[in-house]
Ligand binder design. Structure first.
Ligand code: E4P
Length: 215
């Protein structure tokens, strides 16, 4: 499973990219707004790090607006995936953009039928928002399981990008279900590596190493 950071913070992205565990980045208008810098500058700075997949979202709501923004965004850098919302206009724009060779990440997906439609119009990624479903007392991971089954049934090539991740168990369960990608906040990715027994074990090894006679 590929691991993406869900952030627009260059500092966070650079840390994980240099650490060698990052496969991509997803952004959205809310995350970009936190940075206090122009959208395109933020996206271009992320791409310049060499991250191979960077999702940048359109904010237009009509087909024509999404097409214009999507075509412009994909021209900024070869790593860009254009995020279109799961609306009738978003589906239509995705179909056209995909036919032109643009890789589209269909975002704001909350049902398996929406994911079915995203695959049918040729989206490269489908983004089920599992944390926001959990917040509504619906099991987000059950949605991921349904999408995995549907995509397997029909051999759809659209990759399942599990989004709105809140904690490491979401990542673990997404991996067990066979999701292609999981995007998560920096704090969650940091926790994937951590275990108190690793820290205790390392401290013990280093202490015992002091007892080894130096040759
Ligand atoms: C995905 O691409 C979205 O940016 C993101 O995962 C939304 O997560 P949130 O529910 O934490 O805002």
């Amino acid at each position: 499973m590929k691991l993406f950071l869900d952030t627009a913070s260059l500092t966070e992205i650079r840390t994980m990219w240099d650490g060698g565990i990052l496969d991509g980045v997803t952004t959205n208008p809310s995350l970009v707004a936190k940075e206090g810098r122009p959208f395109e500058t933020v996206i271009q700075d992320i791409c310049a790090l060499g991250v191979p997949s960077v999702s940048a979202e359109v904010v237009g709501t009509t087909v024509d607006e999404m097409l214009a923004e999507g075509r412009h965004l994909r021209g900024l850098h070869k790593s860009i995936y254009v995020k279109c919302p799961m609306t009738p206009a978003g589906l239509q724009a995705t179909k056209i953009l995909a036919s032109e060779g643009t890789r589209v990440n269909m975002t704001l997906v909350f049902s398996a039928n929406q994911a079915l439609l995203a695959a049918k119009v040729g989206a490269a990624y489908v983004s089920p928002f599992i944390g926001r479903l959990d917040d509504q007392s619906q099991n987000g991971l059950e949605l991921v399981a349904d999408i995995v089954q549907i995509y397997r049934n029909y051999k759809f090539k659209t990759e399942i990008l599990v989004a709105s991740v809140r904690h490491p168990v979401h990542v673990l369960e997404a991996a067990k279900l066979g999701a292609d990608i999981c995007t998560m906040p920096y704090a969650v990715m940091e926790k994937l590596c951590q275990h108190p027994l690793t820290d205790i074990g390392l401290a013990r090894f280093l202490k015992d190493w002091q007892k080894v006679p130096k040759g």
